[in-house]
Design a protein around this ligand. Structure first.
Ligand SMILES: NC(=O)c1ccc[n+]([C@@H]2O[C@H](COP(=O)([O-])OP(=O)(O)OC[C@H]3O[C@@H](n4cnc5c(N)ncnc54)[C@H](OP(=O)(O)O)[C@@H]3O)[C@@H](O)[C@H]2O)c1
Length: 436
């Protein structure tokens, strides 16, 4: 941000790209909290212009005269010091942000999909222009996890970030565990209560969590982690039976984002996982998000709170605006995404413990045959529970930690066993020293 734009006696003029759920909350919070913001920061914020698609529609609490459909009114006005991007999407959003940064305006964005794909490019553009780019709201909305990673824990050498970073899926899994609901019924309930979109694919398929984990791991490990570097699985194929079986074994099923340093390389994944019932992530229920940050120096720090919502997200957006006003160029914040050059770990090398459920024909020797497949793949069995008999017996195994590569090979062989019926269900287990 140019020094002139934020100094002097006049207000700091901000422009909004988008005025939906989050944008309207930003405008309202600037109005309601203006006096407090001014007392604390010495700056008065003024909403200068607001870009929308349809300016004829009224937005509660927003002066209709501020609405425009011409991007230039926000992007090219030199009196606008900070551009707040809350319109979402990749196109034309990326072009808009490039244009605002190029003229030296600072940018605050809540857009995880854009950041997880184009973050490094946008940060470089900001740096070249002497502007700031902030994105606290892009991961876990109101929870100040990026600020904690960038500032409070900068010297702590983070070794792992484990998160429940999608509220929709956590709500669904909580309902399935508490009420024994099938996945589809729990999803419908989430939609009725406004915790899930009409099209829930991004959330339940894991893409939303993967984007957030790409952003959080980039900051935590000072490494450029692209969305494509994050393999993800969602909860859309989970069955009530596995949640019940997990509970009987002392676990709770969560959709986890798991980012770790493995021999100096960065490994980031999103998948459903069995979490021991006594683990602090197991108690995070309903639509809440939680992020567990680990480092040798600080051990475990967990941040919990709402991961979505208009006011919650707007609060993080405004915190970024105020932080920009208090940041001078050249400060350490400016370089928070300096590239440490860490490689991305091959996914096959990642280790975790596993849960496996399969239907088998209950014949003599079947368990021995399955056990020998695991032994040959260097995987050892921690527990076995067999229920039922005849052709539809069910076998639930928990395995000690092994690599993804070995597990994939074992699964391939097990599918080929004559006694195994249908597709085995495989989930990772979060455990002490084994990761997720
Ligand atoms: N909602 C949340 O809880 C939450 C939480 C964290 C992060 N976020 C992120 O915040 C951003 C905004 O979310 P939201 O829920 O506020 O979305 P939203 O309610 O759909 O609002 C989007 C706004 O952007 C405007 N817009 C969209 N495309 C545009 C275009 N091409 N040109 C001009 N204006 C355009 C829309 O204009 P019209 O009003 O004319 O349609 C609308 O005002 C997204 O990146 C989202 O991922 C949201």
């Amino acid at each position: 941000m140019s020094a002139a734009a934020a100094s002097g006696d006049g207000p700091v003029r901000v422009g909004l790209l988008g005025c939906g759920t989050v944008g309207q909350a930003v405008v309202r919070l600037i109005g309601e909290g203006g006096a407090t913001i001014e007392r604390a920061s010495g700056h008065r914020l003024e909403v200068a212009r607001v870009l929308v698609r349809d300016a004829s529609r009224a937005r509660p609490g927003v002066d209709p005269a501020l609405l425009t459909t011409d991007p230039a009114d926000v992007l090219d006005d030199p009196s606008i010091a900070i551009v707040i991007e809350v319109m979402g999407g990749l196109d034309p959003t990326l072009g808009h942000l490039r244009r605002a940064l190029a003229r030296g305006a600072s940018v605050v964005t809540a857009n995880k999909q854009l950041l997880s794909r184009h973050g490094p490019e946008l940060l470089a553009a900001a740096q070249d222009a002497g502007a700031e780019l902030r994105f606290e709201a892009s991961a876990c909305a109101a929870i100040p996890v990026i600020k904690v990673l960038r500032e409070s824990l900068l010297a702590a050498e983070i070794t792992a970030v484990t998160g429940i970073v999608n509220g929709t899926t956590n709500f669904i899994l909580t309902e399935m565990a508490r009420s024994g609901l099938a996945y589809g019924t729990a999803l419908e309930r989430a939609q009725e209560l406004g915790y899930a979109e009409a099209d829930p694919t991004e959330d339940v398929g894991g893409a939303d969590a993967a984007a957030k984990m790409a952003i959080l791991s980039s900051i935590a490990f000072h490494t450029r982690v692209h969305l494509d570097d994050v393999p993800y699985e969602g909860i859309d194929r989970l069955q009530a039976e596995d949640i019940e079986q997990a509970a009987a074994l002392g676990f709770v099923v969560k959709l986890l984002g798991v980012a770790r340093l493995v021999d100096g390389a960065v490994s980031v994944r999103v998948h459903p996982a069995l979490v021991p019932a006594g683990h602090r992530l197991a108690s995070v229920a309903g639509p809440d998000n939680a992020v567990l940050l680990e480092s040798r120096a600080t051990r475990e720090i967990m941040l919990v709170g709402p991961g979505a919502g208009g006011d919650e997200t707007a609060s993080a957006v405004l915190a970024d605006v105020l932080s920009i006003l208090g940041t001078h160029q050249g400060s350490f914040l400016h370089n928070a995404l300096a590239d440490a050059g860490r490689p991305i770990a091959p996914v096959g090398d990642v280790r975790s413990a596993f849960y496996l459920r399969m239907s088998v024909a209950d014949r003599p020797g079947v368990l021995a045959r399955i056990a020998s497949v695991f032994a040959e793949e260097d995987l050892s069995i921690r527990s076995v529970v067999q229920s039922g008999s005849g052709d539809g017996a069910s076998l639930v195994l928990v395995l000690h930690a092994g690599t993804e590569r070995r597990m994939a090979a074992a699964l391939e062989r097990i599918r080929g066993l004559e006694e195994v019926r249908g597709e085995p269900v495989m989930l990772r287990v979060l455990g002490s020293g084994e990761g997720g």
